[in-house]
Design a protein around this ligand. Sequence first.
Ligand code: OAD
Length: 241
Amino acid sequence: MAIEDQAVLEAARAVDEAKKVVILTGAGMSTEAGVPDFRSQNGWWKQIDPRTVATTEALEGQYGLFHDFYSFRIRSLGDVRPHSGHAVIAKWEKQGKAGAVATQNVDGLHQAAGSRQVYELHGSILSCRCHACGRPAAQGTFLDKEACPCGGKLRPNVVLFGESLPSGAWDMALNRIERADLVIVIGTSLTVYPVNQLPYLTKGKRILINMETTGEENRFDLVLLGKAGEILEAVDRSRGQ
Ligand code: OAD
């Protein structure tokens, strides 16, 4: 039996034995659906400096560039659909196995696959508001580069560098992770604070599924290197049910 198969079997056994699984995902969860991540070879931050597009300074001082970046990302999500790995996670929730998904992703793919308990730690790119007065705005109004009736600049409801995380989502994710007996971390470089601390706040087991090593491997009970969708499907197939 290959080592990879052994790891898949071990992960399946851990899922079977756990009562409260929490899933924590990053951009690598979405790449198989066609959404680029940030720090891989084809990632956004290899092509563009995040300070020029993903900060409050960029929004306030370079709105043209900020707007181009986010409208491109919103438009490219048009025909993106969740993949089989999202479906496995949603299925585990329906079975009462997975209690929550905490995600750094803003693309709504977990919800599109049917997951209901999703905590969006970096917000959502699918809805918009005025940066000045906070009033909700239609996505089309943002894409048309219109201003808010108050004159303020419109923006998607994502967390920009320099902003705090939505406290409701953070508190719920933290609470679920603290009480989980298994946390499965998927597709994240674990570089962005404070979400990168969440895996270590559980008393439960920790499994990491990622395409490449992150340097955090020794802090996990089990590591599976490869594509999230393929690995989740294999783990699900290997479960005893
Ligand atoms: P990163 O791009 O930093 O890391 C994605 C990780 O997923 C990398 O380690 C890849 O190797 C891995 N990966 C890629 N495709 C994969 C696949 N098919 N299966 C498994 N793993 C795969 O993305 P995040 O860690 O999510 O924040 O980045 C965290 C935050 O940094 C983002 O939410 C965003 C960014 O700046 C903000 O914009 C505030």
